[in-house]
Write a protein that binds this ligand. Structure first.
Ligand SMILES: O=c1ccn([C@H]2C[C@H](O)[C@@H](COP(=O)(O)OP(=O)(O)OP(=O)(O)O)O2)c(=O)[nH]1
Ligand SMILES: [Mg+2]
Length: 165
């Protein structure tokens, strides 16, 4: 197995009491982020919640703010811009744009509740080279369900999943 040494990332607390992001288990990809402000979200309501931390990511890295699955499954809480992108050059406080997608229940967050998780990744920089025509590929222009939705591979029907209105 290849060595997987942690990358050193500088972090500053905007809120002096905030717990630093931490991985719940050694193999986890996401480190949990908390809100420093309590909040109540009615069904359909969204809020921009502060996490109390800011980062200086190394050049060539970005951090992505992902939802927490438990919160999504239990309470219907999603991130509006999922995943949020934190640029390496961003020095401001990391914020989390939460939305309550539950049709009936209000969701309440207390100070220091874990609301999202931060995944730090290396990202490629590319240079874009304009051409008149792109090289061909097996997929071509097919997108948005062009391979169907059933298990049997490519077809022209929408498969068994249908939208009911
Ligand atoms: O969930 C998020 C997403 C972004 N950010 C911060 C870090 C990021 O570097 C900055 C800008 O984010 P983004 O580029 O997604 O937003 P924009 O609307 O394009 O703003 P800008 O014009 O500042 O790039 O906002 C957060 O704190 N949380
Ligand atoms: Mg931007």
């Amino acid at each position: 197995m290849s060595e997987n040494r942690p990358v050193d990332v500088l972090i500053a607390r905007v809120d002096p009491e905030v717990p630093l992001p931490s991985y719940a288990h050694p193999g986890d990809a996401g480190a949990d982020l908390v809100t420093t402000r309590s909040a109540e979200l009615a069904p359909g309501e969204r809020a921009v919640l502060p996490t109390g931390i800011s980062l200086a990511l190394p050049d060539g890295y970005a951090a992505f703010v992902h939802p927490r699955s438990g919160l999504a499954a239990r309470c219907g809480v999603a991130l509006v811009n999922s995943p949020g992108t934190v640029d390496a050059g961003y020095r401001g406080e990391i914020k989390v744009i939460v939305v309550n997608l539950d049709p009936r229940e209000t969701v309440r967050f207390e100070r220091f509740d874990r609301i999202a998780q931060l995944v730090v990744q290396q990202v490629e920089k590319v240079s874009f080279h304009e051409v008149a025509e792109l090289p061909g590929s097996a997929r071509g222009n097919g997108g948005f369900g062009s391979t169907g939705t059933s298990g049997s591979g490519a077809d022209t029907t929408a498969g068994s999943a249908q939208h009911h209105s």
